[in-house]
Ligand binder design. Structure first.
Ligand code: FDP
Length: 362
């Protein structure tokens, strides 16, 4: 039984055995969205309902992940290869289907596009169709699933522009400033949903006893600088010399530390709260890197800009980058403003050196 009084001072530690989340003024996700928009207009109701549906998908995925090791057919590969040429995991398929089934009858979206589908999924004619498109990566960092380490889901919401009569979703090939909302769900020691509708970045923690995401961090601000650099250094000899020079710089200077978990959502979450920089640069084999613009890099860039940080491809703000196709990739450098600027300065220096070398050859 939970004792209702005396009221708990939230500034101080919760006394043992007391569940402060129930005693405090619980702000749920849908209430938060409506408060942010300061409106009960149909648009505000839609956005609140969209976030609620995403939260439901997150809860269903979190529930399956939390018992994955005990259930048949959850872990491992399906034997298929997706449109990216990557081996598909059973959890990828499950999570992709969860988002579809949660949105199919919602009347909120007209299509869903994800990493796991070659083409967008269009809401069938016998189901109500909405104005929005959900772009998502159902399981980000899926190599972590089988070993019970954190993974995530990333999402972005855009409004359909035009009729899309040929069913090719060409209107999605626009910059990230067209996103109405973006965020991610982190399946870690606790499940967290972090979102922005362009009014700051806010984090909610899933209280399993309530089955609700409750506001835990409002208006998150990323520090201007942080000690962490987060990158797969196994690719060192695959990178351009300018990225290698940046890494040499952090190796030689005090105050930097490496953290890399193999799931961008987790690595990004650390940087969002504590500062630093996450990089996935292009490689010799894949000059555009690995991360997909529309449903990985752009949603994260939307969040980091809202939190006072920045995100670049190295030559352009991520939010200004326009994909040439649905599954286009971009190099990504994202995090604290100063740290992103430092990486960028090495890239610019590299570009100058290359230009000078070319001039000298002429
Ligand atoms: P994954 O392919 O396992 O889904 O989405 C791409 C991603 O994970 C990121 O989450 C992660 O940061 C990165 O790839 C890991 O790639 P590397 O193994 O090449 O470092």
């Amino acid at each position: 039984m939970i004792d209702a009084d005396p009221p708990i001072d939230l500034q101080n530690e919760t006394p043992p055995g007391r569940d402060y989340a129930i005693n405090r003024d619980c702000i749920t996700l849908s209430r938060h969205v409506l408060e942010q928009l300061q409106s009960f207009s149909p648009d505000a109701q839609d956005l609140s309902a969209l976030m609620n549906r995403i939260a439901l998908a997150g809860k269903l995925i979190a529930r399956r992940l939390s018992r994955a090791g005990l259930m048949e057919g959850v872990l491992g590969f399906t034997g298929d290869v997706n449109v990216q040429g990557e081996s598909v995991k059973k959890m990828d398929v499950f999570a992709n289907e969860v988002f579809i089934s949660v949105f199919k009858q919602s009347g909120l979206v007209c299509r869903l596009a994800s990493e796991e589908m070659d083409d967008p999924y269009y809401i069938p004619e016998n189901c109500p169709v909405g104005r929005y498109t959900l772009l998502y990566d159902p399981i980000d960092g899926s190599s972590n699933v089988d070993i019970n380490i954190n993974v995530g889901s990333i999402f972005a919401i855009r409004q359909q522009e035009g009729e899309d009569t040929d069913g090719t979703a060409q209107d999605l090939l626009q910059n990230g400033r067209k996103q109405i909302a973006a965020g991610y769900i982190l399946y870690g020691p606790s499940t967290m949903l972090v979102y922005s509708i362009g009014k700051g970045v806010h984090a909610f923690t899933l209280d399993p006893s309530l089955g609700e995401f409750i506001l835990s961090n409002e208006n998150i601000q990323t520090p201007e600088h942080g000690p962490v650099y987060s990158v797969n250094e196994g690719n060192f000899w695959q990178w351009d010399e300018s990225i290698r020079n940046y890494i040499r710089y952090v190796h030689r200077h005090e105050g930097y530390t490496a953290r890399y978990g193999g799931a961008m959502v987790g690595d990004f979450h650390r940087i969002l709260f504590q500062g630093g920089v996450f990089l996935y640069p292009g490689t010799v084999k894949n000059p555009e890197g690995k991360l997909r613009l529309l449903y990985e890099s752009a949603p994260m860039a939307f969040l980091i800009e809202q939190a006072g940080g920045s995100a670049t491809t190295g030559t352009q703000d991520i939010l200004d980058a326009i994909p040439e196709k649905l599954h286009a990739r971009t190099p990504l450098i994202i995090g604290s403003k100063e740290d992103v600027a430092l990486v960028k300065s090495f890239i610019q220096e590299g570009a100058r050196d290359q230009e000078e070398a070319l001039m000298a050859k002429r």
